[in-house]
Design a protein around this ligand. Sequence first.
Ligand code: MN
Length: 128
Amino acid sequence: MDAPIILYIEDNADNRMLVRRVLMAEDFVVVDYPDGQTGLTWATEHTPTLILMDINLPEIDGYAVTAKLRDLPHLARVPIIALTANVMKGDREKTLAAGCDGYIQKPIDVDLLPRQILRFIQEAQARS
Ligand code: MN
């Protein structure tokens, strides 16, 4: 498999640095943006292997960004995984309703994250 390309949309700079460091150590390529609009602009012209989507974002939240990404035909089979500290009952359902394929809860477990992402990629490939 070629190195997976992960698009990570996250407003928190510490999280961006942490995830970038952890995933790059496992030979993922990481492209990150601090807000939905810049992430969307990149995604209109590129096809990542998987998208990690923070839900609590300024201006456009992760649910709305996911819905816009889902409108792009070239991303139809790209898994979008919500990354959120929201643990209220119903939040998981909300991310799925917005078009996400799965959910990773914050705080991020850096030991688990690479395997969690690989599993989502493999599930998406098995579906297609
Ligand atoms: Mn956030």
